[in-house]
Design a protein around this ligand. Structure first.
Ligand code: SF4
Length: 149
């Protein structure tokens, strides 16, 4: 699994400071994709367990959540990293363009965003969006937290 970039983000998961890993090799090819550099498998650095551990250690006590932008196409490694993050006390989130992901990934997530990018419908900040952000444990849809008044 390769990570194109790593950032600390504040808005993608409401109420959380998230360590965001953008994973390359996205197979979904959404029309108008805002991140086509994520399409090519192998772009970026290898997201080894050691590299991941360093990032988790670096932000312990500051960040609260680990967010994967994609990566479900590497289910074994993704699940390993999610378990690792939870063991270190982080909540977990996956942004996927798919409508569903396998239960063996879902069970390790606190939050999930599903649905392809559709420029006519807009993202989570739009009431018309096809995308859904929910808390996995309760199945509660939290899209309203992205809508600005
Ligand atoms: S899921 Fe995201 S990265 Fe993948 S093609 Fe769609 S918009 Fe681009």
């Amino acid at each position: 699994m390769f990570c194109h970039d790593f950032q600390v983000v504040l808005q993608e998961v409401p109420g959380e400071i998230s360590l965001c890993f953008s994973i390359s090799g996205c197979p979904l090819r959404c029309e108008g994709c805002h991140s086509p550099f994520l399409w090519k498998e192998g772009n970026g650095i290898r997201l080894t367990s050691e590299y991941f551990q360093k990032r988790l250690d670096q932000y312990t006590g500051f960040a609260s959540c680990v967010l994967f932008m994609g990566g479900e196409w590497h289910p074994g490694t993704l699940v390993e990293r999610l378990i690792h993050a939870r063991q270190q006390g982080y909540r977990t989130c996956l942004y996927t363009g798919a409508d569903q992901i396998p239960p063996e990934i879902l069970e390790h997530l606190t939050y999930i965003k599903t649905g392809k990018w559709d420029k006519d419908l807009g993202g989570l900040g739009c009431k018309t969006t096809n995308q859904i952000f929910r808390e996995v444990g309760t199945n509660r849809v939290l899209n309203h937290l992205f809508i600005r008044n």
